[in-house]
Ligand binder design. Structure first.
Ligand SMILES: [Zn+2]
Length: 324
């Protein structure tokens, strides 16, 4: 290559380089400026991030302490609940104790009331018994008899309608009259006539009667007539009946429909047959009926027994109810 050309070219290069250098510097400045801007931007970004992190961290710490506070509150609430539950359970137990005490007291009161009632009943029974004539349910025998002065507490004349002989004075224990009347009325409704031949007899009436029998029948009279003091008729609760076809007598009464009716129905009105066939006291006396109270008469009937079959002690249990 020629020198000139070379020089020229060098000059050109030099000229070019100067321009380029300026450009490079400018570019470098721009780049630096951009980098600076980026750096500043990044710094701001980092700063902002830091700020945000700090803020989040503070929030987290706040939340943490809030959580702690809440947990404490929760713990307190839990222990309060436990305490309340304990208290409630104690109160429940106390209440149960109180309830038990109340029940105990109430039971005691009821027991006491029952005892009072029982006592009242006992007093009532004793009072009633003390007012009931003990002789009315006694079995009369050779060892037990009525005092000559014994007379029933009150006597009442039998209505003429029920007497065989209307002019005869015939009296009954006044408390037996209602049962007697119901019985003879019921019999009449069934077409059966029951007429009274003998009812209350005093000690002296009996003595007179027995005297007459002894004159007529001699010692044989002992088989059918009680001595004075041994007769159930002195109680005023006992009746001898006659009926149609016997001429006002007693003989043959055991073969009449009237006797059959009494056997089937007398117990409903408190009457019982004292001396049935085969008894060891007197001869068979189908006409002779004694009032012993409805309960005893019914129980004797149920048992297929008669008054003299049972022990006195068993019979005594019925005395209080004799007029019920
Ligand atoms: Zn008689």
């Amino acid at each position: 290559m020629p020198y000139l050309f070379k020089k020229k070219r060098h000059a050109t290069i030099t000229l070019m380089s100067k321009a380029n250098l300026l450009n490079v510097i400018a570019i470098e400045r721009i780049i630096i400026a951009v980098l600076m801007a980026a750096l500043v931007g990044a710094s701001f970004y980092v700063f902002a991030q830091k700020q945000q992190i700090a803020s989040l961290s503070e929030t987290e710490s706040n939340l943490q302490s809030e959580k702690t506070t809440l947990l404490e509150e929760l713990n307190q609430a839990s222990s309060t609940i436990v305490a309340m539950e304990t208290r409630l359970s104690e109160l429940g137990e106390n209440f149960e104790d109180l309830e038990d005490d109340y029940k105990d007291e109430r039971n005691k009161n009821e027991e006491f009331e029952d005892q009072l009632k029982d006592l009242g009943k006992t007093v009532g029974v004793l009072d009633k018994l003390s007012k009931t004539d003990k002789e009315l349910l006694q079995k009369y025998s050779k060892v037990y008899f009525l005092n000559e002065h014994y007379i029933p507490e009150s006597l009442r004349e039998i209505d003429n309608e029920w007497k065989y002989t209307e002019t005869k004075t015939l009296k009954l224990h006044s408390k037996v009259v209602p049962s007697f009347t119901q019985m003879v009325k019921a019999a009449k409704e069934d077409g059966i006539n029951l007429w009274v031949v003998s009812a209350y007899r005093s000690y002296y009436d009996q003595a007179t009667l027995k005297g007459q029998y002894l004159i007529t029948y001699g010692s044989g009279a002992n088989a059918f007539s009680a001595d004075q003091g041994y007769s159930e008729h002195q109680l005023g609760t006992t009746i001898d009946f006659t009926t149609n076809g016997l001429g006002g007598g007693l003989d043959g009464f055991g073969n009449t429909p009237a006797f059959t009716w009494l056997q089937e129905n007398a117990h409903k009105y408190g009457f019982t047959l004292s001396y049935p066939q085969g008894n060891s006291y007197y001869e068979y006396e189908p006409w002779h009926w004694r009032f012993v109270g409805e309960k005893l008469a019914r129980d004797l009937k149920k048992d297929g027994a008669t008054f003299y079959d049972w022990e006195q002690r068993k019979i005594d249990g019925y005395l209080v109810n004799i007029f019920d």
